[in-house]
Unconditional design. Structure first.
Length: 94
């Protein structure tokens, strides 16, 4: 991944080069803003996916299909997504 930010000395934050952010009348645009938006979309989709998986798992539980391949695959996906959310939270990205 190509970084758009550079870390400043002594934990003073990050710097983005001028050509990566463009100021317009409606606000900011540019590569850095686009990358942030893509991350936010990813995070929102991940959280929504967790909700959908929970509903599907509950439905399968109600049908007594806890040992089905679909149930196990969904449970595995939910655990992987949860691990990703925990990692993002550890980096302060929630």
């Amino acid at each position: 991944m190509t970084r758009l930010t550079k870390k400043l000395d002594q934990n003073q934050g990050y710097l983005v080069e001028d050509d990566k952010i463009i100021y317009g009348a409606a606000g900011f645009t540019g590569d850095a803003v686009d990358k942030l938006a893509k991350f936010e979309n990813f995070y929102d989709d991940l959280v929504a996916s967790q909700d959908q998986i929970s509903k599907e798992l509950e439905s399968l539980r109600n049908e007594g299909k806890e040992k089905s391949v679909k149930f196990r695959e969904l449970l595995g996906k939910k655990l992987m997504n949860n691990n990703t959310l925990i990692l993002l939270k550890a980096y302060g990205l929630e």
